[in-house]
Ligand binder design. Structure first.
Ligand code: KIV
Ligand code: ZN
Length: 497
């Protein structure tokens, strides 16, 4: 028998506190609906008293989502609790999340108060929230630095007052996994009524330990974990939802499971990244673009022999598409042509027939053929990609929107168009879109300099989505607009449509 761990998603509350990542109500509703499809148990939809926008978002999310519990944050203050209750009026399943600081730092330096007075406020807040809703979650802010016995006293008192979930945040990301786990165990063993509530873990990543601390908390008796997609959140962020879910799935011996539809992890992560304009680092566990990319020859070889040599998770399990055709000396011309098309190289049947003997020679010598081998093979042969840049011009002035003029070879045709856009990159991509006419969406765009000077080269990494799949593109040039165009064409060339 494995125990269920409840996934409490706070992407729209703690995650949204990141400067520059604010979402419109419509965008929040889109994310909430995706979270419902993903299978989260609780959506923390906002902090209603903080702004009219947050208040409205909780209302709209409550109307748009029916399965997960909708949760609203409040401080331990009557007006906050009233605003939370009011914003939750349309939620089918609702929860108020109220609380205040539990550490002596917060008690003395934030509230200028005493432990006794704070305890009274905590009890009163839970009782007041309970007068509006059945489910009340209490957070003991900065529990990570609180005195354990006082924390136990507080937890016991709020459960007695009606709290159904007790949240033990490591607000500053200070704890080590062993002590955070021991703190949760201390509560399990020293709070007389702890069986009447669920313990929740809420960890921040200031020392890069949020996931490890959350897992330690779960191993010691917590059964709810508070997370955000891609680990976004204030400062170094929160615990990443995708990491917790896949750790529990990969380590079945922990005997803990969630109800998350793991194949939705990657698309949901991309949606959050795009709407929050927050790129995901390439090596981010589970959802980074390199998470399942094998670049060294030894690893490629190992993966081709058996995926499990270098992969502990099947990429398809988290919604990452995988190339399924591995070319060997036994592959036929059809397979070769198909794989070349996947890479964006279009050859006639006769051209493939001519290429085939050289492919067999290479396959005999190398046993397994990777994409780079095929590109080298095609390069020798002068093969062409579906889309090729022939000419590019950009007009920029202060009076008019930037206008891109682009000439491409698209399959066998040479086409030239002009388009304007919000900025030069937007104009260039709009012009290319006019030519290819595919319903693609730019999911991620990252521009990096190589070594920092004004005369530097720009590197662009981007990702497009098309018909449910993701296509990565890369471009480099000393002109950043051209680097962007190369990256866009690179991704489009990989789409077989
Ligand atoms: O980190 C924290 O302590 C919080 C609480 C408001 C739950 O986000
Ligand atoms: Zn937090």
């Amino acid at each position: 028998m494995t125990d269920r761990v409840y996934i409490f998603d706070t992407t729209l509350r703690d995650g949204e506190q990141v400067p520059g990542c604010q979402l419109s109500t419509l965008e929040k509703v889109m994310i909430a609906q995706e979270l419902e499809t993903l299978g989260v148990d609780v959506i923390e939809a906002g902090f209603p008293i903080s702004s009219p926008g947050d208040f409205q978002s909780v209302i709209e999310i409550s109307k748009a989502v029916s399965e997960p519990v909708i949760c609203a944050l409040s401080r331990a203050e009557k007006p906050d609790i009233e605003a939370a209750a009011q914003a939750l009026q349309y939620a089918k399943r609702k929860r108020i999340h109220t609380g205040l600081g539990a550490s002596d730092y917060h008690i003395r330096h934030k509230f200028n108060s005493t432990r006794e007075a704070i305890l009274e406020r905590a009890i009163a807040a839970v009782k007041y929230a309970k007068s509006f809703v059945e489910e009340v979650e209490f957070y003991a802010e900065d529990a990570g630095r609180a005195d354990w016995d006082f924390l136990a006293q507080m937890v016991e008192a709020v459960i007695h007052a009606g709290a159904t979930v007790v949240n033990i945040p490591d607000t500053t990301g200070f704890r080590l996994p062993t002590d955070y786990g021991a703190m949760i165990r201390h509560l399990k063993e020293n709070v007389a009524n702890i069986h009447k509530a669920i313990i929740s873990v809420h960890c921040h990543n200031d020392l890069g330990l949020a996931t490890a601390n959350s897992i330690a908390g779960l191993q010691n008796g917590a059964r709810q974990v508070e997370v955000t997609l891609n680990g976004i959140g204030e400062r170094a962020g929160n615990t990443a939802l995708e990491e917790i879910v896949m750790i529990l799935k990969t380590h079945a011996h922990l005997q803990l499971h969630t109800h998350i539809q793991t194949q939705r992890l990657y698309p949901t992560s991309r949606l959050v990244s795009r709407l929050m304009r927050m790129p995901i680092q390439a090596n981010k566990a589970i959802v980074g673009r390199n998470a399942f990319a094998h670049s060294s020859g030894i690893h490629q070889d190992g993966v081709l022999k058996n995926r499990e040599n270098y992969e502990i998770i099947d990429p398809e399990e988290v919604g990452v598409a995988q190339s399924s055709i591995l070319l060997t000396a036994r592959s036929g011309k059809h397979a070769l042509r198909h794989r070349l098309e996947q890479l964006g190289y279009y050859f006639s049947k006769d051209e493939v027939k001519e290429l085939y003997p050289r492919f067999l020679e290479m396959a005999d010598a190398k046993k397994d053929i990777c994409d780079e081998d095929l590109i080298a093979l095609v390069g020798d042969r002068g093969g062409r990609r579906k889309l090729e840049l022939l000419d590019f011009e950009m007009k920029i002035s202060q009076q008019h929107a930037p206008c891109a003029k682009i000439k491409l070879r698209y399959r066998e045709n040479i086409i030239q168009v002009e388009a304007s856009g919000k900025g030069p990159v937007d104009a260039a991509f709009s012009a290319i879109n006019q030519i290819v006419q595919l319903d693609v969406r730019l999911e991620e765009y990252q521009l990096q300099s190589m070594n920092g000077g004004a005369d530097d080269n720009g590197k662009v990494h981007l990702q497009l989505s098309y018909a449910g799949n993701y296509y990565y593109g890369f471009g480099v040039d000393d002109d950043i607009i051209l680097a962007s165009v190369h990256a866009y064409l690179d991704a489009l060339n990989k789409i077989t449509a």
